[in-house]
Ligand binder design. Structure first.
Ligand code: NAP
Length: 239
């Protein structure tokens, strides 16, 4: 059995590591400077839209495609749905669950980055922005002091905010220290879900800092979806 695994996430790396008896080709967008390579065969770079992915699947036949991309990588997922439909290959989407508010959380949901930016002035004046480097500019207009954390610096580096280059996983103590050091009074995040980056939410709860969460893009209709690596393995075993 051969599988194309659309990756770039911890779950995709875990899946590739656990599928020792299946031939897996992992695909990475390849935009971060230090790639975190999964076990096994890897291809790097965009396919060239739905058309490119369809062509790739025709030249590299696989028995299934697993889309384990980031929950906000909606374009890649849409292309995967269309291309697998065109070539008649089964597709599974592996999406970790989003975060759920608990007692003590002060969460504010936003439908988009633009809506999050509009909300901010009513919630605080010193912002911790943890949305990655794509879409940072949306927040330039708030006029609020902003600490923006991303894996790689945007090009050109933004002049309107303070950049912090770092990569998870993060620990609660370190996140608490960071929020206190910069006197952060509002946090912005995408609803990425998962344990790697959730420490900031616990730190915000402890310090009573409000959190603006950008809602995930919807999954394409009709896509078969599982939430865990174990469920993805079980799905592949039935093929
Ligand atoms: P996207 O907007 O869905 O993808 C844009 C293009 O990148 C795709 O059309 C595709 O190019 C290429 N691409 C994406 N994933 C690929 C893969 N696994 N293999 C080959 N090509 C791939 O996704 P994104 O740009 O990666 O990210 C969108 C949002 O998710 C951003 O807000 C970002 O901050 C967030 N995010 C993503 C990741 C991640 O691992 N991808 C991690 C953290 C955060 P072609 O059309 O040329 O095929």
């Amino acid at each position: 059995m051969k599988v194309l695994l659309l990756g770039g996430t911890g779950e995709a790396r875990e899946l590739a590591a656990r599928l020792t008896d299946i031939e897996v080709v992992s695909s990475l967008a390849g935009r971060t400077r230090e790639l975190q390579l999964p076990r096994g065969e890897v291809r790097v770079g965009g396919f060239g839209g739905t058309k490119g992915l369809t062509e790739w699947l025709r030249h590299n036949p696989v028995d299934a495609v697993v889309d384990a991309t980031h929950p906000f990588a909606a374009t890649m997922t849409e292309h995967a749905v269309e291309a697998t439909r065109a070539v008649g290959v089964p597709l599974l989407v592996l999406r970790r669950p989003g975060w759920v508010a608990g007692p003590g959380d002060d969460w504010h949901w936003a439908e988009s980055a633009e809506a999050a930016a509009e909300l901010l002035p009513s919630l605080g004046s010193r912002v911790f922005l943890t949305i990655g480097r794509q879409g940072l500019e949306t927040f330039a207009t708030t006029g609020l002091w902003t600490l923006a954390r991303c894996v790689d610096a945007p090009e050109p580096p933004p002049a309107w905010c303070t950049l912090l280059l770092d990569r998870g996983p993060y620990a609660v103590d370190a996140e608490l220290g960071l929020l206190q050091q910069h006197a952060i009074d509002v946090l912005v995040t995408k609803d990425s879900g998962g344990p790697q980056t959730e420490a900031k939410l616990a730190a915000a709860r402890q310090l009573a800092v409000p959190v603006v969460l950008i809602r995930r893009p919807p999954l394409p209709a009709g896509a078969e979806v599982v939430k865990t690596v174990a469920d993805a393995i079980a799905w592949l075993r039935t093929r």
